[in-house]
Design a protein around this ligand. Structure first.
Ligand code: GTP
Ligand code: MG
Length: 365
């Protein structure tokens, strides 16, 4: 196995940001040897203050790090300044998320989506990169100096257009499949929720599948749909990619095809990690609600599932349910580990689908 790359991680000073940033770094096998936290990461020259940047330079040398992970979107010029000062490769939050997506993309569609997101990342940086490459000092901008800015832009746009065309073909196939499903009158249930909450684990239990669950953040990068029987009626159930906070809009756009399943779903199963501290839970829940709303999912078609019950207690979960303005009767409480609550989850899904199945009308064809 390759040696883990040694990294200094710079993030915000609140616990939630730290935990998430460490999760992201771990997902691409970076070994964080030093954590630097700041209240603000938007100083003009280096993102961090000049004094702190000097300290970063010393630390990079002393600790022999391979990369510096900066848990915020940086401008090309800030990346350039930091790389020049420290002599180390700089990876900002968006680049890091793209690396995770890149590593995990295993289907044709997921690969196309990742490529598209990478190009979208590149566009606002193209002009600056070519300029910096001309100056001739920027490490890692690989001979970009010979490009004309407009040529470079055009090349990116051309590549994007090709990918979008291919994605449309994939989406057409998906559309045909959707129509067939509607003709068969099968309700579609789709998992949704923050990455790492246990969507795939629950999907596996409900379907008898063996999809991968153990790799940390962003394990699932493409939708899988299976038919199952609930009280004798056939329904389709989909596992989806996980959400993350502060995900830039252009990435959601690139991944829309995978999340599109949710738009068609009669019921979205919103999985929440019940074992998390309330403050994190609220933040994540809010970001999920926002994304679901963006995808056009009605709150009436959402069943919240408080998973990982084995790591907490009934009193605690009930308090959290209340804090999120929900009532226990309207949610499911489960543990994919001990299978607690699976029976009730199934009957809850069945009950909600029965009501919503009537909205599956042929006029949608
Ligand atoms: N203790 C405990 N761990 C769980 C439970 N459900 C899932 N896990 C663990 O949580 C981790 C993430 O589970 P996944 O099922 O991959 O989560 P996911 O929501 O599909 O994640 P993404 O595919 O990244 O969006 C795995 O290590 C699981 O073993 C549970 O009920 N209890
Ligand atoms: Mg998953």
């Amino acid at each position: 196995m390759d040696r883990l790359k040694k990294a200094i991680l710079i993030t915000y000073s609140d616990k939630f940001a730290i935990q998430e940033a460490l999760g992201l770094a771990g997902a691409v096998d970076y070994e964080v040897v030093k954590l630097i936290t700041r209240k603000y990461l938007s100083r003009a020259k280096y993102g961090i203050g000049v004094g702190k940047a000097e300290e970063l330079k010393r630390l990079s040398k002393d600790l022999h790090v391979d990369v510096i992970l900066f848990d915020k979107r940086l401008k090309s010029v800030q990346i350039y300044n930091l790389a020049k000062l420290t002599g180390v490769e700089i990876i900002d939050r968006e680049r890091l998320i793209l690396e995770i997506f890149h590593k995990r993309a295993s289907t044709f569609e997921a690969n196309l989506q990742v490529k598209l997101a990478e190009l979208r990342y590149e566009i606002p940086r193209a002009r600056e990169k070519v300029r910096l490459a001309r100056i001739g000092e920027q490490p890692g901008f690989l001979g970009l100096g010979r490009y004309d800015v407009d040529d470079y832009h055009r090349m990116i746009r051309r590549r994007m257009a090709t990918i979008i065309k291919k994605l449309k073909q994939v989406s057409k196939r998906r559309e045909l499949y959707k129509k067939r499903r509607l003709r068969q009158g099968l309700p579609l249930i789709s998992f949704a929720g923050y990455t790492g909450t246990g969507k795939t684990s629950l999907f596996n239990i409900l379907t008898g599948e063996q999809k991968e669950t153990e790799r940390g953040f962003f394990t699932t990068l493409a939708t899988t749909t299976r038919g199952i029987r609930l009280s004798g009626s056939k329904v389709l159930i989909s596992d989806t990619v996980g959400f993350i906070s502060r995900l830039p809009a252009y990435m959601i756009g690139a991944f829309k095809a995978t999340l599109e399943e949710l738009t068609y779903a009669n019921l979205a199963l919103l999985v929440i990690d019940a074992s998390e501290p309330l403050k994190n839970m609220v933040k994540k829940y809010k970001s999920c609600v926002r994304i679901l709303a963006d995808l056009g999912v009605s709150p009436l078609n959402v069943l919240p599932i408080f998973n990982k019950f084995d790591l907490t207690s009934m009193d605690e979960v009930k308090d959290k349910i209340k804090a999120l303005n929900m009532i226990p009767e309207d949610v499911a409480i489960t543990s994919a580990k001990t299978c607690f609550g699976i029976g009730r989850l199934k009957s809850k899904i069945y009950e909600m689908v029965q009501v919503r199945a009537s909205s599956l009308l042929p006029k949608a064809l």
